[in-house]
Design a protein around this ligand. Structure first.
Ligand code: F6P
Ligand code: MG
Length: 441
């Protein structure tokens, strides 16, 4: 087999990876420092002088991190003992082993982009856990919550739509069911535009009514494997309870509006009997600004339950019931916040790989998941998706992602050239999306 292409890297001056490391990541770090500053009084009220000292310590660690990055210093090992510290440091050693003799240690701009970007978020976490008693402070919580509140109108529209649908789900003809599934998949896709790391942590909520925009947005879906997804799910439904468990796993991405779109989709899969169990996978630590942790997941369901809006609170109550009865399960695993491509999962996290093998379908939400599925490499645009997965296929899987990084596979010959001519930023603007499926070979 031919060697896979090189990973994207900040070495390529002017590339999106380069600009991210040069501009967007320092901007995010500055925001994190500012957030800690603004919570100073809260830390004092909660922990007294110790809280103030902790805030100072975290800020000084983060300022050092920003300086290392901006002056392209070597990547240093993690020091604080945590569940994944050894795995991270082994990965650092591996990166070191790839550096040619005489080139020194891997540095921020001279390493794979996926690795350094993940490392940056892991170092933010290290600065926080090194600063007790504020070591459980989520520096991104405020902006995640704000995204939820600012998307209220869209959330209400979505919940109202779902509740109408659920009431008629049993009477829907096959083509209607397919059509409804298609709509909710597209909503979950466009929900992925709302991540906070692409906007440098600035507000990026959903203000327009997505349901009414779906037709206009269709030309922006570059790969749409809905038919294959549908034939997989409807095949099981037609088999009428054999197997008795039909499991769909959703590897979550961002909290706030995107998470609502994913939960609405998950609710519909159960209500329409296209699935009997949904397993969600979230992040164990705050990650890429807006990614979902268990705290965000629980917080959002609480918010929904206590909403004054009838259909929003009904959704919240139903979702709580699904959790209580085990039809929805939430998992986290440290692998999701490691820098590895997913093809390394069987070696690095065999337990997680075995868990995913139990699924009949896995939905991977968002851009970062796509980068990890494809190894964040400079693949030709026409390379088939399964080739870029490099052997990763625990179960049939589908990536639902808006494009925010310079990696894309599975396009038709000439498609990328046409897009480049029409819109030079098509790979990173978040305006385009894919619903890209791969069944087991
Ligand atoms: O900052 C880089 C990046 O990985 C982009 O590719 C993307 O904008 C973002 O972070 C994460 O996006 P998502 O939330 O869709 O995974
Ligand atoms: Mg994200």
């Amino acid at each position: 087999m031919a060697e896979p292409p090189a990973p994207l890297s900040g070495q390529d001056v002017g590339s999106f990876a380069y600009l991210t490391i040069k501009d967007r990541i320092p901007q995010i770090l500055t925001k994190v420092i500012d957030t800690l500053h603004r919570h100073k009084n809260e830390f004092f009220e909660k922990h007294g002088e110790e809280g103030m000292e902790a805030e100072k310590k975290a800020i000084s660690l983060l300022s050092r991190l920003r300086n290392e990055l901006q002056t392209d210093k070597p990547i240093v090992p993690l020091v604080e003992k945590f569940a994944d510290t050894d795995v991270w440091n082994q990965y650092l050693d591996y990166q070191q082993s790839l550096v040619k003799e005489g080139d020194g240690r891997p540095s921020w701009f001279h390493s794979p982009w996926l690795f350094v970007e993940c490392y940056m978020y892991r170092r933010i976490h290290e600065a926080i856990i090194q600063s007790p008693p504020i070591d459980d402070f989520d520096v991104f919580k405020e902006s995640k919550d704000q995204n939820f509140f600012e998307s209220q109108q869209s959330i209400i529209a979505l919940c109202t739509h779902l509740q109408q649908l659920v009431r008629t789900a049993d009477d829907l003809e096959e083509n209607q069911l397919k059509n409804e599934l298609s709509k909710l998949l597209q909503i979950s896709l466009w929900g992925n535009r709302c991540d906070l790391s692409i906007s440098g942590g600035e507000s990026s909520s959903q203000k327009s009514d997505l349901l009414n925009s779906l037709e206009d947005l269709k030309p922006f879906i570059l790969v749409n494997d809905l038919d294959q997804l549908w034939s997989l799910l409807s095949k099981y439904k037609k088999a009428g309870g054999d197997p008795s468990v039909l499991r769909v796993d959703i590897v979550l991405d961002n909290s706030g509006f995107e998470l609502v779109t994913d939960l609405v989709l998950a609710d519909f899969l159960l209500s329409s009997k296209l699935a009997t169990e949904i397993h969600f996978h979230g992040k164990a630590i705050p990650w890429f600004v807006s990614d979902t942790t268990i705290h965000d997941f629980n917080w959002l369901i609480e918010q929904m339950k206590s909403s004054n809006h009838r259909w929003m609170s009904k959704c919240g109550a139903d979702w709580q019931k699904y959790i209580n009865t085990g039809r929805w399960a939430y998992h986290d695993h440290m692998f999701w916040t490691l820098p590895h491509a997913y093809c390394a999962m069987p070696q690095v996290a065999p337990d997680l790989h075995a868990e995913l093998q139990k699924a009949h379908l896995i939905l991977f939400k968002g851009d970062l998941n796509y980068r990890k599925l494809t190894g964040d490499r400079r693949w030709e645009f026409t390379v088939p998706f399964h080739q870029a997965l490099s052997g990763f296929h625990p179960a049939p899987l589908c990536s639902i992602r808006t494009l925010k990084a310079e990696v894309q596979v599975g396009l038709q010959p000439g498609q990328a050239e046409q897009l480049s001519a029409a819109e030079p930023r098509w790979l990173t603007s978040g305006q385009y999306g894919v619903l890209q499926f791969h069944a087991l070979l």
